[in-house]
Design a protein around this ligand. Sequence first.
Ligand code: TRP
Ligand code: ZN
Length: 859
Amino acid sequence: MRDASPQQTPQAIHLRDYTPFPFHVAHVGLTFWLAPQATRVRSEIRFEPKGPKSDLRLDGEALKLVSAAIDDVPLDLALDDTGVTVPAASLPDRPFTWTAEVEINPSENTALEGLYMSKGMYCTQCEAEGFRKITLYPDRPDVMAPFDVTIHADPSGSTPVLLSNGNPTGDGTWHDPWPKPAYLFALVAGELVAVEDSFTTRSGRDVALKIWVRPGDEGKCAYAMDALKRSMRWDETEYGREYDLDIFQIVAVDDFNMGAMENKGLNIFNSKYVLASPETATDRDYELIEGIIAHEYFHNWTGNRITCRDWFQLCLKEGLTVFRDQQFSGDMRSHAVKRIEDVLQLRARQFREDAGPLAHPVRPESYIEINNFYTATVYEKGAEVIGMLRTLIGPEAYRKGCDLYFDRHDGQACTIEDWIKVFEDATGTDLNQFALWYRQAGTPRVDVSEAWSAKEGGGTYTLTFRQETPRTPGQADKDPQVIPLRTGLLARDGRELIPEQVLELTERTQSFRFTDLPERPIPSLNRGFSAPIVLTRADSTEDRLIRFAHDSDPFNRFEAGRTLSKTVLIKMLTDGSEAPAAYLDALHAVATDDTLDPAFRALALALPSEDDLAQTLAEGDQTPDPVAIHTTRRALLRAVAAHMEPVLDPLYDAMAVPGPYTPEAQAAGKRALRSTALRLLSERDGGARAKAQFAAADNMTEQLSAFSSLLGIGQGAAATDAFYAQWSADRLVMDKWFSLQVSLAAPEDAVTTCKRLTEHADFDWKNPNRFRSTLGALAMNPAGFHDPSGDGYTLFADWLIRLDALNPQTTARMSTAFETWRRYDENRQTRIRIELERIAGTPGLSRDTTEMVGRILRA
Ligand code: TRP
Ligand code: ZN
């Protein structure tokens, strides 16, 4: 399958080069004759010229052209590498119908893009540019058309269920009346069974809901179905958006490059984000299912009805839809806990990206392979930008702007400028400077200094902020951005001295004055993480302890504890000191405070991750040593366990959830805190309680938490075997088995464990979930991956090279494991560079991986 010809330098595409497509597409008719090695696709496309005569360029890749005609007059066309051009001279200057027949080979499609097969089932993935692997078409999101699709079953008889977008018409055709871009096309065929339900929209229309799975999995769809119905209702009440077809379908497939896909009326999901039962799925899995079901459903309005003009506008749909799914999950569970989780994720993925060679703006201005821009920056920072907008203009104005967006742009392919304009028009606010968030890459640094002048009858407190955004690839100088900081001022006893307010930074340096204060306040800044920035303030341990004990903003309370933990850990790392008693007492106090939500307490007790510490050190221009970080973090874990020993056992018992497992947030929170207690207890009891919990567990959350504790203290051997014996037939559970063994292996064992597991009979490297569970887990074990021998890098690179020949998209994504390489010492940098250059020099390397490795190396 590899291209033997020498690598061509891939061409960059630029936002500034956008030109509209010269034809309107009035209708698309598709007929499929399915067969694993030779599927026939007949297309009938109605084109209407928009202006003067122009060539007709159609995209096409890996297609065998059987025939083509315009208005039934056969054309003799030769395909090039990326499609076909019909010269203007052979086109009429009035509307015409293009018909073509092509042949494709789904059974050899290992890239999982276009029409491919997963366990005998046919399915599609067209975003971003996969439709061109199905037929010749203007495969760009600003070409929107209604589709009619007819599917003829595979003659082998293995495809009794035939699905596509839209409503079934009764005569075997799927009719999708809503004009859509080709990236939202979907087709599914196979031996599937449906779990069915229905939803009545607020205007009284009945919608059939179907979740399609392989026979045997019907019992694992109830939670996804429930989440879907809650999402549909929420979009009606919170955004005024109603569903618009007679049927909404979801299909679960095992081989999938990403999480899920919002194809119109026919979402396709990685099965791990649909299937759940108490025995096989953890609380975290349930939470992810709820969030991703919501995300894909919400795309029906933010993405599908209003789509992107071009792929540079990806954050228009993704940032907004992530923001919406975060709001939804907060409403369903706890806003405080959800916000802390989202920020942890943002820092772990997006701040990491912003700090390295792959940094790019929320709206990039050029790309080589668009698949490489489905990033944390586009998704998560894109959501943060919307959150800031809402904070700045307020919730009512935000809703008003959204209503205007839907009114004004329904059925259109839009830009970020369109999005910003509706808020300017709805509120009269000038958002020109705010729009910099879309154009400037990098995480702004905001340094805070303060002054206090005590006077009789009330003192004056001044906060001075200085903002600066570090240089990023291609962007040396940055202008000051609009930074909304939700701010409170605390007294030493924790009282709020002023009503909370939003400080709006717009200048490079800016001061805010607070007068008539009874005492020098402790500032609580950037509450709720109202802006995605790195905030530095030379605050005292005492200040932090007060905020950790009293801040009324739960995020900042968490944040104070996190900053304390990091400071303690970094001090332990540098001078070998021990954890101070005041810090341990503070953790103890939060752990045992029964007025606090257990889920919050679990988050507050968790130590910062090893990668978070490495990143924090790098932010302060220090060189992190991943092995030392691992050892020190474990030492702190032990110190916490020793200090809290007397309360851990009662806490562990108190957090037991009686009765049968339910996934709701309250019970999940208790289990999370119990699991934290178990991990600490395991440092004291050699794993006795964890072994008992492992044996007794009747749900995967508790089984896995016990398994993790045992692996964490190096006592996991028996549990590893027992877990395998119990679960070897369940693919999704086995992914967890692969992943935990590698990610929790001791630093010196991680590479050999990973390597051994790649030789395991159940290591199916062509399945992206299993590949990520095994190799991705190595990158999630920083001390193991960064073993000074470089063995981790070599193993990882070997597998990237191997996977690239089959699946460029997943390979390119996983190459980001190397994006932090400049943080490390010279030995590690040299060894990583050797591997990156080896990957880059592989003959026939995909465009996806070539672009990623090139960008990582060039920094
Ligand atoms: N649009 C999808 C989402 O955010 C994600 C997506 C983009 C995707 N490209 C993909 C999913 C390729 C699978 C494969 O929900
Ligand atoms: Zn999305």
